[in-house]
Design a binder for this molecule. Structure first.
Ligand code: NAP
Ligand code: HSE
Length: 438
């Protein structure tokens, strides 16, 4: 049986998962591919480090040149992270006529076009299913199964670490730092967890999804994003009382003037298909004009789920090695639709205003009227003779208008705290009833 050589870059969570996947599912892979996949070299920084998987010591190298120069390696798998030197290694491997598979969303989001052009030039494959959604097949469905659709909207929970943190904070009232540590121990977090918590990771993934869904080049810099650090326990509690959950949502929507593409903490009504996507699970809702709404859900992070996507990509490019076929054009962009500036994105908001005394409530309402902010009061809680909290849901507003109004509210004497969060989907029944009395 023909053997196909693999050079693996990285032996951390994902790299180890790939080693395990190729060995424990060897029979399935061999049977379906009619060839043997063999890891011939593994690039690491520290060959002396203890590893979660057993590999022959002589497979390890710290020199990428050994992989690039080895003609028996036809496929290079990047499970390394970061852009430097990952980008150079990927470009060098493609230039040597090797196919490349990556789990590295940062390198795809920032340099995807350059890399795809290089792959096309050499007729080699470049696959990145694992870069979005861990074990969930979503890249190939977007590129192939939904190729004839005009995608109207993509809405997703695409970062497992923050979803794990928010779910534990909501269901168990756990502290942020403790749940982050748990996510790191389980191998969900990025090498630098700031990338998860501050929204970078979800923004990389959204840039990839948006480009594929809307057939237009989208750069990471086009995506406006925010992480979950400012989510207060109080907002979690209010959301729950009103029939909502708070999730880190990534959204891309087609508008006449351009594309909306943002990552933001959001209130979702419990009835929303993404509201029950908890823990490390990801969910991606894609609305096509022919297929209608499709929900892709599964484990969004972790060694084995991610390795499932990497291994399937390896098998896809291995087919090209076996048939000697060139990989064909891989870029799916066919138009140039701009991404709208952050301030111009329109949506509803949840607005919580904490006041020190009851008499600060009047100037809050007055300012909302003065700023022409259509806001439904959905809840209020005051202690006798003391301050309290007012909660509103706004009508659709431009993001710039909403944040300017929130800043002005914060300057009213007696206003202690203002929290503004996006609201997706229709208002939950409980909040609607509270607002309208119906
Ligand atoms: P990780 O556990 O930190 O592993 C990174 C590996 O790459 C380590 O083995 C490290 O070597 C090696 N490495 C890093 N820089 C290197 C360099 N300059 N030269 C040689 N080796 C280098 O990271 P991970 O969680 O597996 O993530 C890897 C990639 O997969 C990232 O792009 C990440 O975004 C992506 N991803 C991760 C997940 C997940 O659930 N973790 C899911 C989907 C995608 P040493 O071990 O010797 O330090
Ligand atoms: N750190 C990422 C996450 C890994 O938590 O979703 C999967 O891309």
């Amino acid at each position: 049986m023909q053997k196909i050589g693999i050079g693996l870059l990285g032996l951390g969570t994902v790299g180890s998962g790939v080693v395990t996947a190729l060995s424990c599912n060897r029979q399935e892979i061999r049977g379906k591919l009619k060839a043997e996949l063999e890891i011939r070299r593994i690039l690491v920084r520290d060959p002396g480090k203890a590893r979660p998987v057993e590999v022959a010591r002589d497979l390890l190298t710290t020199d990428f040149g050994q992989i690039a120069a080895d003609p028996s390696i036809q496929i290079v798998v990047d499970a390394m992270g970061g852009t430097d030197p990952a980008r150079q290694y990927i470009l060098a491997a493609l230039a040597k006529g090797k196919h490349v598979v990556t789990a590295n969303k940062e390198v795809v989001a920032k340099y995807g076009r350059e890399i795809l052009a290089e792959a096309e030039k050499h007729g080699t494959g470049f696959c990145f299913e694992a870069s979005v959604g861990g074990g969930i097949p979503v890249i190939r469905p977007l590129k192939e199964s939904l190729a004839a659709d005009k995608v109207e909207e993509v809405l997703g929970i695409i970062n497992g670490t923050t979803n794990y943190i928010l779910s534990k904070m909501a269901s168990e009232g756990k502290e942020f730092n403790l749940t982050l540590q748990e996510a790191q121990e389980k191998g969900y977090a990025e090498p630098d967890p700031t990338n998860d918590v501050e929204g970078f990771d979800a923004a990389y993934k959204l840039a990839i999804l948006t480009a594929l869904a809307f057939g237009t080049p989208v750069k990471f810099e086009d995506i406006s994003f925010e992480g979950i650090r400012r989510i207060a326990r109080e907002d979690m509690a209010w959301a729950s009382e009103l029939g909502y959950v708070i999730k880190l949502v990534a959204a891309a929507k087609e508008r006449e003037s351009g594309l909306e593409a943002w990552v933001s903490p959001c209130l979702l009504p419990l009835e929303h298909p993404l509201a029950q996507v908890n823990d490390v699970f990801n969910g991606i809702l894609i609305k096509g004009n022919l297929a209608g709404e499709l929900l892709f859900t599964g484990r969004g992070a972790g060694g084995l789920p991610t390795a499932s996507a990497v291994a399937a990509d390896i098998m896809a490019v291995a087919q090209k090695v076996l048939t000697g076929q060139a990989a064909g054009p891989v870029c799916t962009c066919y138009r140039a639709k701009p991404v709208l500036p952050k301030e111009e994105v329109t949506g509803r908001y949840y607005l919580r205003v904490k006041v020190k005394k009851g008499d600060a409530a009047l100037p809050v309402n007055n300012l909302l009227i003065q700023e022409r902010i259509g806001a439904l009061p959905v809840a209020k809680k005051f202690q006798q003779g003391k301050g309290g909290t007012l909660v509103y849901f706004t009508q659709p507003l431009q993001a710039g208008t909403a944040s300017r109004a929130a800043a002005k509210l914060g300057m009213i004497p007696g206003v202690q705290e203002v929290s503004l969060l996006r609201l997706e989907g229709l208002p939950a029944a409980a909040a609607w009833a509270a607002a309208t009395g119906k």
